[in-house]
Write a protein that binds this ligand. Structure first.
Ligand code: FES
Length: 652
C-alpha cells in the first residue's frame, strides 16, 4: 500500500490510512486510547495530540514536518480563543498527509492512569460509570414527527455507539429547553449501566458543557466517615474530608450499637437516620471545600464493615450480633442515592462493595481490591486493625479471610491513660536500656520529652494521654528492657532496676509522665493495661496464625498493615509484642487507608467492581469462633511475644 503509515505512541499501534484521514479517525480504527467528548467537532480539546517529527529509528520511519495538514479554521478558532499548547494539534482536525508518528499525551487518554500517592505506585485506569458526551441533534421536522428524546438517543447511538438509552424524568423535564438553548447541541451525562440499572441519560446541559462531573469514594467507619471527592474525568481527588460518625452517641463500638438496636424498638431506624444525616453534612462540607455544586456529584462508592453496612442501608443489624452472623446480603449493591436519602445529584448512583462474610465487610473487600493479594507472587498477610481486626492471607493461588475480635484497646480505649489519636497523645516511646527511663513524643510535636523545647510542646498541646500506637510502643519497649516479662507482669523497681516502676495495689505500674506539679495528668502503664494489650494482640495474632494453619505455612513473606492505625504502628514494636508473625522488618509495610483507596478504585473503574465481586466469591472465609485451634493459638499468643513460637528473624 502507498497510503501513509501512522504510528501512535506510547501504544505502538500502527496502520496505513488514506491521505486526508483525521488523526482521531485513525486512532479509533486502531483502538488507540484518544479521548473526545465533542465527537470530533473541535470544541472539547480532549483529543490533543503531538505529531513527532524527525527520525524514529525504533519505528523505522522518517517523518516530515508537514506530515499533518495545516491548521484549519476550527483549529485556528480554538487556538485564538483558548490557545493550544506549543506543538499540540486537535486530533479530530489534523489530517494525515504522510508517514507520521503521533504521540498521545497522558491527559488525552480516556483510560488514563491516575497515579496514587504512595511510594509503591499502583495505577488506577480510568473507566468511570458515568461519562459526558457532546452531540448535535437533528432538529424536529413536520415530516418526521419524532420526539426530542428519540432524536437525542439516535444521535448518541450514531456518534458514540451508545445503546438505546433511557432518560431520567429530570432529564426529560430539561430536555426541550436545553436542546433549543444549545441550538440542538447538548452535552449529556450517561450512566453506563450495570447489573441492576440499564444505561440512562442522567443529566443534560445546553451546548458544550465545559465543566466536569464528580464522584465520591466514602469509607464509612464506625468512628469516622471519610470521603474523597474525585473528578470523574481526570480521576483526580479534588477534596477530602471527614466527620465523626454520628452513631457514636448510640454506642462507641459496634456491638453496643447492635444492642442499642435490640433494646429500642426504633433504635435501628434512629441509627440509620443519624448516619445518613451525618453523611449529608459531610457532602455539604466537601462540596463547599471543593467549591462545587452537590448536584454535580453523580456517583458514589461506599465501603464499610458489616454492621455499618446494615445500619446505613436501614437493615436491622440484629443477626450480626449473634452466631452464625448472617448478613442480609453479602453481594455488592447498586442503588440510587435517593433511596438512601443522600443529597447528591437526583439521579446519582451508589455502589457498595460486597461483604466477604458476617464479620468481614466491604471495607476488607476494598482492602483486597487495593492491595491485590490475589495477584501477589509472594504470600502476603494483610491486617486491617480496628476494634475488629480483619485479616487476609494469600497469594495468586488462594486468599483466606477472617476477622478477630481485638476490642478497642488498640485505639487507646480501655487503657488507663488511653485516648484517641489527637494532639497531646503520646504516640512514640523509647526506654533507655541502661537507665530504664522513658522518653516520648506526642502527636502535634516533633520534640522528644528529654530534649530542649519540650516545655513548649506542653504549652502548646499538653500531654494528655496515650494513643493506640503509643501504648504498643511503650509495652514493647518495656518488654525489651525487661520491665515486663514474657507472661506480661510488670516487675518492681528492685526487680527491674527502673526507678519508674512502683507498687500499684497488688501489681506494679510504670510511670511514663508526671505532669501533676503543673496541674497536668499522671500517665502510667498499669498491669491491667498490659493485660488489655495482651488480649488484643493475642486475638490479632491467633487470627493470622489460624489463616497460616489453613494455608499450610508457618511463615509469611510479607505483612501489610492497613487502616489509619496501621499507618502509625511501628513494625518493630508490633513484632516485639507478637502482634504479627515473625517476618523481616523491611517486609512489614503500611498501606495507609487501603479501604479508602479500594473505594476510589471502584469509583473510577467499573471493571474493578466486577473484579472485586469475583475475588470476594473466591476468598475462603474462616470463622475463628468455631475453630478449636484459635483458642490454643490465643493462649500461646497472650505471652509476649509468644509462649511457644520462636521469632527467629526478630531475635536475630
Ligand atoms: Fe473534541 Fe477534537 S474531539 S476537540
Amino acid at each position: 500500500t502507498t497510503d501513509p503509515l501512522v504510528i501512535f505512541t506510547p501504544s505502538g499501534k500502527r496502520g496505513h490510512f488514506p491521505v486526508g484521514t483525521p488523526v482521531l479517525t485513525a486512532a479509533r480504527q486502531l483502538g488507540v486510547d484518544l479521548d473526545s467528548v465533542c465527537g470530533g467537532r473541535g470544541i472539547c480539546s480532549k483529543c490533543q495530540i503531538t505529531p513527532s517529527y524527525g527520525e524514529f529509528s525504533k519505528h523505522g520511519v522518517t517523518v516530515a514536518a508537514d506530515a499533518l495538514s495545516d491548521w484549519n479554521s476550527v483549529e485556528e478558532r480554538y487556538d485564538s480563543i483558548r490557545g493550544l499548547k506549543q506543538g499540540r494539534r486537535l486530533g479530530c482536525q489534523a489530517q494525515i498527509l504522510r508517514d507520521v508518528v503521533i504521540d498521545v499525551p497522558a491527559e488525552s487518554q480516556v483510560h488514563k492512569q491516575v497515579v496514587r500517592k504512595r511510594a509503591e505506585v499502583r495505577e488506577i485506569t480510568m473507566n468511570p460509570s458515568t461519562r459526558l458526551y457532546y452531540v448535535e441533534v437533528q432538529e424536529p421536522d413536520m415530516h418526521d414527527p419524532s420526539g426530542d428524546l428519540e432524536r437525542l438517543v439516535t444521535a448518541l447511538c450514531r456518534d458514540w455507539d451508545l445503546p438505546d438509552l433511557e432518560a431520567d424524568l429530570g432529564v426529560l423535564r430539561n430536555l426541550q429547553k436545553a436542546l433549543r438553548k444549545g441550538a440542538w447541541k447538548v452535552t449529556v451525562a450517561v450512566h453506563l449501566g450495570d447489573a441492576v440499572f440499564s444505561p440512562r441519560i442522567v443529566a443534560i446541559w445546553p451546548g458544550f458543557y465545559e465543566g466536569t462531573i464528580y464522584g465520591l469514594a466514602v469509607d464509612l467507619g464506625s468512628t469516622t466517615i471519610a470521603a474523597h471527592l474525585c473528578d470523574l474525568r481526570s480521576g483526580e481527588v479534588v477534596a477530602s474530608s471527614g466527620i465523626m460518625n454520628p452513631q457514636i452517641r448510640f454506642g462507641e463500638d459496634l456491638m453496643s450499637r447492635v444492642s442499642y438496636g435490640m433494646m429500642n424498638p426504633t433504635g435501628s431506624d434512629e441509627m440509620t437516620r443519624a448516619v445518613r444525616e451525618g453523611m449529608n453534612a459531610l457532602f455539604v462540607q466537601i462540596a463547599s471545600e471543593a467549591q462545587i455544586d452537590r448536584d454535580l456529584i453523580m456517583d458514589a462508592v461506599f465501603v464499610c464493615n458489616p454492621v455499618m453496612h446494615h445500619l446505613f442501608l436501614g437493615i436491622d443489624a440484629y443477626e450480626l450480633g449473634q452466631a452464625p452472623f448472617a448478613l442480609a446480603t453479602s453481594d455488592a449493591l447498586s442503588l440510587r442515592a435517593l433511596e438512601l436519602d443522600l443529597n447528591l445529584h437526583p439521579a446519582a448512583r451508589v455502589y457498595i462493595l460486597p461483604c466477604i462474610a458476617g464479620h468481614v465487610g466491604a471495607d476488607a473487600a476494598a482492602v483486597a481490591l487495593s492491595e491485590a493479594p490475589d495477584k501477589s507472587e509472594d504470600l502476603v498477610l494483610i491486617v486491617d486493625v480496628g476494634t475488629n481486626a480483619e485479616i487476609l492471607l494469600g497469594n495468586r493461588e488462594k486468599v483466606l479471610a477472617c476477622s478477630s475480635p481485638t476490642g478497642p484497646a488498640f485505639e487507646g480505649a480501655q487503657i488507663s491513660s488511653g485516648q484517641r489519636a489527637a494532639p497531646g497523645a503520646i504516640e512514640h516511646v523509647e526506654i533507655d536500656p541502661v537507665t530504664k527511663l522513658p522518653r516520648f513524643k506526642v502527636i502535634g510535636s516533633d520534640i522528644w520529652s528529654d530534649e530542649d523545647g519540650f516545655a513548649e510542646t506542653i504549652a502548646q498541646t499538653g500531654v494528655t494521654g496515650i494513643c493506640g500506637s503509643g501504648i504498643i510502643e511503650v509495652i514493647a519497649e518495656m518488654r525489651m528492657t525487661g520491665i515486663v516479662d514474657g507472661p506480661g507482669l510488670i516487675g518492681s523497681a528492685e526487680q527491674t532496676g527502673s526507678p519508674n516502676c512502683f507498687a500499684d495495689g497488688r501489681t506494679n505500674s510504670y510511670l511514663l509522665y508526671d505532669g501533676t506539679a503543673a496541674g497536668g495528668p499522671l500517665i502510667t502503664v498499669t498491669n491491667t493495661d498490659v493485660r488489655q494489650i495482651q488480649m488484643a494482640k493475642a486475638a490479632l495474632y491467633s487470627g493470622a496464625r489460624l489463616l497460616m494453619d489453613k494455608f499450610g505455612v508457618d511463615k509469611v513473606d510479607r505483612v501489610v498493615l492497613a487502616g489509619a492505625f496501621g499507618a502509625h504502628i511501628s513494625p518493630k514494636h508490633a513484632m516485639v509484642l507478637g502482634m504479627i508473625p515473625d517476618a523481616p522488618l523491611d517486609k512489614v509495610t503500611s498501606a495507609g487507608n487501603a479501604a479508602g483507596t479500594g473505594a476510589r478504585i471502584a469509583l473510577l473503574n467499573t471493571d474493578a467492581r466486577a473484579e472485586i465481586e469475583s475475588i470476594v466469591r473466591q476468598i475462603h472465609k474462616i470463622e475463628t469462633a468455631i475453630e478449636p485451634r484459635f483458642q490454643e493459638h490465643f493462649v500461646n499468643a497472650s505471652a509476649i511475644p509468644n509462649a511457644v513460637e520462636p521469632f527467629p528473624i526478630l531475635n536475630a
